[in-house]
Design a protein around this ligand. Structure first.
Ligand SMILES: *[C@@H]1O[C@H](CO)[C@@H](O)[C@H](O)[C@H]1NC(C)=O
Ligand SMILES: *[C@@H]1O[C@H](CO)[C@@H](O)[C@H](O)[C@H]1NC(C)=O
Ligand SMILES: *[C@@H]1O[C@H](CO)[C@@H](O)[C@H](O)[C@H]1NC(C)=O
Ligand SMILES: *[C@@H]1O[C@H](CO)[C@@H](O)[C@H](O)[C@H]1NC(C)=O
Ligand SMILES: *[C@@H]1O[C@H](CO)[C@@H](O)[C@H](O)[C@H]1NC(C)=O
Ligand SMILES: *[C@@H]1O[C@H](CO)[C@@H](O)[C@H](O)[C@H]1NC(C)=O
Length: 326
């Protein structure tokens, strides 16, 4: 049989489609994912299983959803006008943990847009599949054909990277984490799926969680404000955030261990002393995109609630550097 250019094109297209649908589950049809027709199933329950629910409409893969925020005092790119927004924490991401609290990453290498993959293999060990650095257009550009310039502006204001351009950080968050949500698989978007549609959708979903988690305000309401003079106690930070969120979040510190600082000399407290992140845990009703999280304690699947120093008055909630905040 003569192979016409048309046939060649069809074969190539078929290969491309196959290559691009390396989603979490094999052989999902792009049809019939009108999630409005079914009542939303809560993730991490018996029904939230791909054998019982549509994985596009129920989060069957990463059902323990972490909305994560950062407190950073500088960006390293201030000269490029990459600065922190005043009086608010910034976005880190939205992460799909397994219901048992463990997690995986870079779940679909056909949607790898991270210029600096970390880890650089899917498992973080040399035996994992290598995650090749993305060298194409930065992920922020993906929003432009959709006309989502306001979304891009919002992200440049509230989703701030440190020591790398914002868009590189967004590419990292998308490819490392969003590809591990069943409901962001491309099949879920139907036969008319437009490339990068789910990227836009993911960013909007991240923001919808961020906007109802006012970390800065919850702390401020209890007189906990950034200060380079006064240190705070973990218990008061935990109490303020737990009152605001309704459940206990994970509080992450960076910097030195307390007992390696002058203030902690002789102490056994090895917790870190610089308040840096808060992770808010949820189970979710229906597809993650709906934004309906059921707030849960950060230790719901076991594990710790913090890595910060527990000694009273050991924690620093630093003021942003001059010129790093507008
Ligand atoms: C989609 O739904 C229609 C109407 O219920 C049904 O006939 C069809 O078999 C379904 N297709 C798939 C792939 O689920
Ligand atoms: C879903 O159900 C199957 C079959 O019962 C089981 O093997 C699998 O572990 C379940 N998946 C999850 C995420 O619980
Ligand atoms: C946690 O759940 C995932 C997904 O079901 C599974 O692959 C993994 O082995 C589980 N880990 C532990 C420690 O049970
Ligand atoms: C990952 O990084 C390590 C340490 O820099 C390096 O030795 C290794 O070759 C890298 N692996 C891949 C797949 O790039
Ligand atoms: C810090 O505390 C740990 C655990 O108690 C101890 O092993 C370590 O030696 C201490 N470090 C310093 C510098 O005191
Ligand atoms: C506060 O302290 C932090 C940490 O040392 C520093 O990065 C920041 O620039 C300081 N902010 C001001 C306004 O002095």
């Amino acid at each position: 049989m003569r192979v016409t250019p048309y046939h060649v094109e069809v074969v190539i297209l078929a290969l491309l489609v196959q290559g691009s649908s390396a989603g979490l589950y094999a052989n999902i049809s792009p049809l019939n994912h009108t999630c409005a027709l079914q009542s939303p199933v809560l993730s991490c329950t018996d029904l939230a299983n791909e054998s019982k629910s549509d994985s596009c409409c129920t989060e069957t893969f990463g059902g323990l959803v972490l909305a994560t925020q950062l407190w950073q005092t500088y960006t390293g790119h201030e000269s490029a006008k990459q600065v922190n927004p005043k009086d608010t924490w910034t976005i880190h991401g939205l992460w799909p943990d397994f219901c048992n609290g463990s997690y995986t990453q870079y779940c679909d290498l056909s949607r790898q847009y991270d210029p600096l993959p970390s880890p650089n293999t899917t498992t973080g060990t040399p035996s994992g599949t290598p995650v090749r650095p993305w060298t194409g257009t930065n992920i922020g550009e993906f929003l432009k054909p959709f006309g989502k310039l306001d979304l891009l502006a919002f992200m440049n204001k509230y989703w701030i990277a440190q020591n790398q351009p914002n868009s590189d950080f967004w590419g990292h968050e998308f490819s490392k984490h969003a590809t591990c949500f069943s409901s962001f698989d491309v099949e879920c978007y139907g036969p008319q799926y437009v490339q990068h549609q789910e990227v836009v959708d993911f960013f909007e979903t991240v923001i919808s969680y961020y906007q109802i988690l006012p970390t800065w305000g919850w702390l401020r309401a209890k007189d906990i404000a950034p200060s380079n003079e006064t240190a705070y106690s973990l218990t008061s930070i935990q109490a303020a955030l737990t009152e605001g969120f309704g459940k206990r979040p994970y509080i992450l510190c960076s910097g030195p261990a307390f007992n390696t600082t002058a203030a902690g000399k002789g102490s056994k407290d090895q917790g870190k002393v610089v308040l840096s992140e808060v992770w808010y845990y949820h189970h979710v009703f229906g597809r993650v995109q709906r934004g309906q999280g059921l707030r849960v304690d950060a230790d719901i699947a076991g594990g710790a609630l913090t890595n910060c120093a527990t000694t009273p008055g050991a924690l620093w909630y630093y003021e942003r550097s001059k010129g790093s905040e507008v």
